[in-house]
Design a protein around this ligand. Structure first.
Ligand code: MSP
Length: 470
């Protein structure tokens, strides 16, 4: 029988920035879900990559005295390496400057044009290069972009090609209101987007004459395709230009944060409807990390890089901390201080210490792998992106209980060969192996180490799994 297919994506990150904890948050979350589905023996396709066209990238390249392409070629590997350094099991890293992607984008937009959904008009509005989008006067806050108050917005008036987004308003409302769909998940995002959709929706300018760094509009090559139009198609294009991946479309999950909700739940769905392609099954939107109560920004100097975290907490430590503080539905306040506390409490003093105690007490025992029954509660939590709750449950059920059992029954006081001692330790080991099973998606290397220690002839650890951090 064919394996069940599962396709998950992250946003493709703007190449003018370098990887930070915000990108890490979404990428680690997608990796946890991808690994979890692989553990269930599904055939997984996990896509991430970089968004490389548009004004913002051209400007960043010019600042460095590089051509946009050279600039992109220099930065893209930094994302790819950051993800490899976090043991992210992506199957493909897409770059929108890949000619194979560009070809699919041109075919896609041509389909929409042939359908009669694209027309020419004059546009006047305020453009924010931070967001790569136009704002109307009333959307600005004190004359500035609501998301980038430090960047000037630019008044632009040009002839552009427009996509008939408004044509899809009714259909989109219908889809979003259908309780059986997950086009916008969780519920708070569904109602937010529905309210915005109902309050009116304008057609979208999808080409730029003055921006040269982009994919040419096939029927009017003086214009380049709007960077968001090009970027969204990545999710689809990868399944078309990579061999044997066609069946992965439609995606099971697009994972994004709240800043790009409108693009993924309205614009992307309308583009697909117009092009006659299937719609993704779900878009899950998480909230933001705040750093010590503040928005993360270069000017505040509070940006945390994935490497900084790995240097301090190791790969699995970082993955755990990201998952444990995941902003499921509401911003989550993080910071190095908070991370250290949690790492020491949960990983160094609790899990790590417990594994080394049990291994030491069980030295010489030969243990075989128990059968592990699926825990429904944990499964639900992971499938709904409640990583905090999933980890909480694993810790309560398998780790805290094992600590209690050890402390109550004090097996170290019992003779080595006694059945009672072996019984207690056997239970502890089985709990730890169950914990390892559930932690596999979160901390793959740690889970493997635990399995290695406790299956077969047990030897004490030669070094702590999670050394304490001062
Ligand atoms: N290039 C577009 C996406 C195109 S997808 C077809 C883009 N790139 S971005 O580099 O700005 O990445 C935005 C995404 O990064 C967010 O949606 C989120 O996944 C992640 N995050 C950026 N800052 C974040 C936080 N402070 N907290 C959590 N995640 C955040 O938008």
């Amino acid at each position: 029988m064919d394996k069940k297919k599962f396709y998950i994506t992250t946003p493709i990150y703007y190449i003018n920035d370098v990887p930070h904890i915000g990108h890490t948050c979404t990428t680690v979350a997608a990796d946890i879900v991808a690994r979890y589905h692989r553990q269930k023996a599904e055939e997984v396709f996990f896509l991430t990559g970089t968004d490389e066209h548009g004004e913002k990238v051209a400007e960043a390249a010019a600042k460095e005295g590089l051509s946009p392409k050279d600039f992109c070629d220099r930065i893209a590997p930094r994302f790819e390496e950051a993800w490899k350094g976090l043991n992210i099991s992506f199957d493909y890293f897409i770059r929108t400057t890949d000619p194979r992607h560009e070809k699919v984008v041109q075919e896609f937009i041509q389909r929409i044009y042939d359908r009669g959904d694209i027309y020419k008009d004059r546009y006047e509005g305020w453009y924010c290069t931070g967001c790569e989008r136009f704002y109307t006067e009333s959307e600005l806050v004190d004359g500035k972009c609501p998301l980038h108050p430090n960047l000037p917005v630019e008044r632009k008036s040009e002839e552009n090609w427009f996509f008939k987004l408004s044509k899809y308003q009714t259909k989109l409302i219908e889809l979003l209101e259908d309780p059986n769909t997950n086009y916008a998940f969780p519920e708070s995002k569904r109602s937010e987007i529905l309210a915005k959709l109902k309050s009116g929706i304008k057609d979208l300018s999808i080409s730029r004459e003055k921006v040269k760094w982009g994919i040419p509009v096939p029927w009017d090559p003086e214009h380049t395709i709007y960077v968001w139009f090009d970027a969204l198609i990545n999710y689809y294009s990868a399944t078309q230009f990579l061999s044997g991946k066609e069946d992965f479309w439609p995606a099971d999950f697009h994972l994004i944060a709240k800043d790009i909700l409108w693009f993924h739940t309205v614009i992307w769905q309308a583009m697909l409807l117009s092009a006659g392609a299937a719609l993704p099954k779900a878009v899950y939107t998480h909230s933001f990390y705040m750093i010590d109560g503040q928005k993360m920004s270069k000017s505040l100097g509070n940006v945390i890089s994935p490497q900084q975290l790995v240097d301090l907490f190791g790969v699995d430590g970082t993955r755990f901390l990201i998952a444990r503080s995941f902003p499921f539905d509401g911003d989550s306040d993080v910071g190095i201080g908070k991370f250290k506390e949690r790492y020491n409490a949960d990983l160094a003093n609790n899990l790590g210490n417990l594994v080394s105690r049990v291994a030491k007490l069980s030295e010489g025992v030969v243990h075989s792998a128990p059968e592990i029954k699926e825990n429904e509660e944990i499964r639900e939590y992971i499938e709904n992106f409640r990583f905090d709750e999933a980890l909480n449950t694993v810790f309560k059920k398998y780790i805290d209980q094992t600590n209690d059992l050890l402390n109550k029954s004090e097996p170290w006081k019992l003779p080595k060969e006694s059945q009672e001692r072996q019984g207690v330790l056997g239970k502890c080991i089985n709990n730890l192996l169950a914990a390892a099973n559930y932690l596999t998606a979160f901390m793959p290397e740690t889970a493997e180490k635990i399995e290695k220690v406790f299956v077969g002839a047990i030897k004490p650890l030669d070094k702590p799994l999670f050394p304490r951090i001062a």
